[in-house]
Ligand binder design. Structure first.
Ligand code: PEP
Ligand code: MN
Length: 338
């Protein structure tokens, strides 16, 4: 249930409502807007509470039932889009954010070179995997902490915030020492112990849709992080498994407007994993921007033919720069900027 307080409700009235929610044994989620405070009532059986319990209280304008199984992630909970501030880079606002970099950090020289190249072309966040979730145990698994150190150095040199994947709850502290945004990959979207651990800390979380996950499952996973107290969550469409074999995954363009409708969280598109082919990345990136994505995640490698992972879907820095120019026009056409 959501309790909408009157504009400029008195602090004592807000306190009284919060006290009543807690007295009934539910958790409170307080969202203070410019003029209005919204109080989320969180609990497994919150549907049992009667609306009148709160509607008779001073300062309460109305109460609302959230029909979806996800509460804090739902659009009912916040009409306004969530904007996540990462060292001054705002994700979810009018500017479309481009996160670019290699699939894996392969060496110090390689990540520094890529970081400078993507920054020059207009990227605002640097991506790079140090802990890699590979389908085969024999494939390159990432440089681990050494890779994180190289990413941190690239941030120092370029000023770009960094995003990197965390695969297990035990690694949250270590990865958190270096990264600005935690990435949860498609294989871990339903790793609930990882989601709970990320909910307990403050850094933003970038949550990918599961390999065969539904949009509802994605939002339920986001809910785990939000319910833990971390409201800085963005969700990402990265393609799903279908019967189609012409591409690595089927990029679900519908997911973008559907997520924007159902949720207030920023929506990211990942056309690299969504297609698996660099030749298609441009078309799907443009489609994603036109469809309303708040950010793009793109794989860029100085020499894709020698990449240790995902070379086939990686853009060269030259192709990336050209695409950025094209994306600026699409962004403009839909009233946004890159
Ligand atoms: C990645 O971003 O490199 C990655 C492993 O993506 P996904 O989790 O979407 O497969
Ligand atoms: Mn990859």
């Amino acid at each position: 249930m959501i309790i909408v307080m009157k504009t400029h409700a008195e602090p004592k009235d807000i306190e009284a409502v919060v006290g009543r929610v807690e007295e009934l044994g539910y958790k409170v989620h307080l969202s203070r807007g410019e003029a209005r405070t919204i109080i989320g009532v969180i609990g497994a059986d919150e549907h049992l509470i009667q609306n009148s319990t709160f509607e008779v209280m001073d300062g309460v304008e109305r109460t609302m039932r959230v029909m979806q199984p996800y509460k804090l992630a739902s659009r009912d909970f916040s009409e306004a889009n969530t904007v996540i501030d990462v060292n001054g880079v705002k994700i979810g606002g009018s500017k479309i954010i481009v996160m670019a970099g290699p699939c894996s950090v392969e060496s110090r020289a390689m990540i520094l070179e890529t970081a400078h190249a993507v920054k020059a072309a207009g990227a605002t966040v640097l991506r790079g995997g140090a802990f890699k979730p590979r389908s085969s145990p024999y494939s390159f698994q990432g440089l681990g902490e050494e890779g994180l150190k190289f990413l941190a150095e690239a941030r120092e040199q370029t000023g770009l915030p960094v995003i990197t994947e965390v695969m297990s709850p035990e690694d949250v502290t270590l990865v958190g020492e270096y990264t600005d945004i935690f990435q949860v990959g498609a294989r871990n979207t339903q790793n609930y112990s990882l989601l709970k651990a990320l909910g307990k800390q403050k850094k933003p979380v970038f949550l990918k849709r599961g390999i065969s996950g539904t949009i509802q499952e994605l939002l339920m996973s986001a809910e785990y992080i939000l319910a833990g107290g971390n409201m800085n969550v963005m969700v990402c469409e990265r393609g799903i498994r279908t019967y189609e074999t012409a591409t690595r995954n089927t990029f679900d363009i519908n997911a973008i407007p559907v997520l924007k409708e159902l949720s207030h969280l920023p929506v990211v598109a990942d056309p690299a994993h969504g297609t698996g082919m660099y030749q298609l990345v441009g078309a799907i990136s443009k489609a994603a921007v036109a469809a309303g994505a708040d950010a793009l995640m793109l794989e860029v490698h100085p020499d894709p033919s020698h990449a240790w992972s995902d070379g086939a879907q990686s853009l060269t820095p030259q192709r990336f720069a050209k695409l950025m120019d094209e994306l600026r026009l699409v962004a403009q056409a839909v009233g946004r900027e890159i």
